[in-house]
Design a protein around this ligand. Sequence first.
Ligand SMILES: NC(=O)c1ccc[n+]([C@@H]2O[C@H](COP(=O)([O-])OP(=O)(O)OC[C@H]3O[C@@H](n4cnc5c(N)ncnc54)[C@H](OP(=O)(O)O)[C@@H]3O)[C@@H](O)[C@H]2O)c1
Length: 276
Amino acid sequence: MTTLNIIGCGRAAKTLARLWQRQRAIDIGAVLTRSHAGALDACRFIGGGRAVARIADMGPADLWLLGVPDREIEGVARRLAACGSIRPGEGVFHLSGFSSSALLEPLGAQGAGVASVHPVLSFAEPDRAVEQFGGSLCGVEGSPDLCVQLTRLFATIGGNCFPLDAGHKPLYHAGSVFASNFLVVIMDVARKAYLAAGVAPDVAERLLAPLASATLANVIERGARVSLTGPAARGDHDVVSAQQLAVAKWSDEAGDAYAALTALAYRLAAEPLACD
Ligand SMILES: NC(=O)c1ccc[n+]([C@@H]2O[C@H](COP(=O)([O-])OP(=O)(O)OC[C@H]3O[C@@H](n4cnc5c(N)ncnc54)[C@H](OP(=O)(O)O)[C@@H]3O)[C@@H](O)[C@H]2O)c1
């Protein structure tokens, strides 16, 4: 069976590893994190693997997953290359949607296949992510043979891989930041605006959930243009200006966000409505 070593086994990597372990799709080998306690904890969560404290203790593997934060990928790849731990023909991949597999080039230069697979899911809570992962899309780029191998591996746990253009990953990843991270921020700003306007906390929650859920359902089912309502969409410019002042008076950052989002809302409102 293919063996997988893991360096950096936090929310994303431990979720994937537990799913692969559950499917018996791969043999989880050595697991290394920054703290040894982290590696022990990851192995407990995965239900397999061998926690180690140093790269030198990892032993050979067919595949290596660098599940470290993006800022650590390049340095870890350089350290792995310097240790000579990876043999020609082995495959190394990371999970970043922002950085390309070129960060792994020190290992590619030693004959390893290099790739990245970006699972498009929020792994905020691994216990939940394990249940949510099936059906997730995963953007893949890198050495062609390794991409094929990883596409098969991710398919064993319900991941649907699609090809990514490595040169456009920062903009591609911004799509996920807008769709997921900023959605959370916008919901938080909305709740705080209600509270600052004197709305009771329980009422604020009851306002938010149905409003946001229905809007999201509309956007998904009917598209953005037809789902856009509110003063900018109606062309109520006086309301938009007065509201801009009120928001900016309450919070500088929220005022800036309101201005930027209003400009985008006007632009969206100017697009033609698609005919059914
Ligand atoms: N989280 C998501 O929703 C998500 C979604 C898609 C893709 N990704 C990608 O997945 C990757 C990991 O993100 P994450 O959210 O899973 O990160 P995370 O939860 O913060 O986990 C990072 C892991 O890396 C370890 N680590 C940090 N620096 C290290 C080093 N120098 N050497 C060895 N291990 C090191 C940490 O060890 P300790 O625990 O001991 O500190 C931890 O196990 C990133 O490339 C990210 O872009 C994440």
